[in-house]
Ligand binder design. Structure first.
Ligand code: UDP
Ligand code: MG
Length: 322
């Protein structure tokens, strides 16, 4: 029989984080009960995202000790968003909770999430009450990103909510049917709708290991998020072009009148330079934005799989699915 609750955990080079995570998570899950007081069924599904250390060995040890712990091992590093997709595709629970292995998001909150789910919510996302454990630049850039995203996109993503959330089976099925290769998960969740609510919690320091995200990766993720959720960056160039053309027209009339009244003079090298460089810059910028979207169209049209599974541990293949 399928378990009620699936925990999905993307991991990349986290060998020393696995044993403490399994110990604490198992303790929390075993303490959960349904309204009749019976313990609930659960599974933990690790998605090994191309780790190059002993992560898989650590997961196998955990699986041998408790068969409810399983894993998918991807053929290489596909990135956290793809790893989450692999987890969602293979989770069997009635509710699914993605969580990071570093325990920055406390597993104890899952009990609260399930209580909200029993009240009828299909999505219960965790909101970080404070982000004091993140560095100031990270907080500022995160803030800026949420603002930019929500300003540009119709589907608002809740601020300071990570991937730690509870998803009802209905939502999981919707996400599974989304065919795009660009898996910006927060955007997909926001788009799917449903009754959503929040629980807040304090985000703590990473227990062991180091963060797998540097600023360049976060920047790439931000671009992925915005380009997949909004076409505003494409359309804005029509308006910028129109405004510049209008200014040029007014300026042309001004020069024409001035020449008629005062005669022609050949000076104007600096203004010529400024106009040329400015327009060149604007054109290159708009071309770059266009290129971002065209590149994404190329990726989507290839229809390659989002991830490739190399090995399954305690996680049976669903029929008709790779
Ligand atoms: N992760 C992953 N694939 C990657 C990068 C990270 O599966 O390419 C996992 C990582 O092992 C961890 C989670 O994603 O379980 C969150 O990573 P991290 O804690 O480094 O991110 P941060 O909390 O610093 O944003
Ligand atoms: Mg972390």
């Amino acid at each position: 029989m399928n378990p009620l609750l699936s925990i999905i955990v993307p991991v990349k080079d986290e060998e020393e984080a696995i044993p403490p995570f399994v110990a604490r998570m198992t303790r929390v899950l075993d303490a959960l009960h349904d309204p009749d007081g019976r313990p609930i069924g659960w599974e933990i599904l690790f998605v090994d995202d191309g780790s190059t250390d002993m992560t898989m060995a650590a997961i196998l040890t955990a699986h041998d000790a408790d068969a409810r712990i399983g894993a998918l091992s991807l053929s290489r590093n596909f990135g956290k968003e793809a790893a989450l997709s692999a987890g969602l595709d293979n989770a069997r629970g009635q509710v699914v909770v993605p969580i990071d292995v570093d325990m920055q998001d406390p597993p104890e909150v899952i009990g609260e999430m399930i209580a909200k789910w029993r009240e009828g919510y299909e999505v219960v996302y965790g909101v970080r009450r404070n982000r004091m454990t993140d560095s100031l630049p990270k907080r500022l850039t995160a803030d800026l990103y949420y603002r930019a995203h929500n300003w540009l996109s119709m589907d608002k993503i809740p601020e300071h909510a990570g991937d730690f959330r509870l998803l009802d089976r209905k939502v999981v099925e919707v996400i599974k049917r989304m065919p795009e290769r660009n898996r910006f998960m927060k955007g997909l969740f926001a788009w799917s709708g449903f009754r959503q609510t929040a629980v807040d919690y304090d985000r703590v320091e990473r227990a062991v290991g180091t963060t797998k995200f540097n600023y360049w990766k976060l920047w790439t993720l931000a671009i992925d998020g915005i380009t997949s959720a909004s076409t505003a960056p494409l359309r804005v160039w029509s308006y910028i072009g129109a405004v510049i053309a209008l200014i040029a027209l007014v300026y042309a009339v001004f020069i024409g009148l001035r020449t008629i009244i005062y005669g022609a003079d050949v000076a104007g090298y600096p203004s010529l330079m400024v106009a040329t460089l400015f327009l060149g810059g604007v054109q290159l910028l708009s071309l770059g934005v266009l290129g971002e979207y065209v590149g994404r169209i190329l990726v989507e049209t290839k229809h390659r799989p989002i991830y490739i599974i190399r090995q399954r541990v305690g996680c049976p293949e669903e029929d008709g699915q790779a």
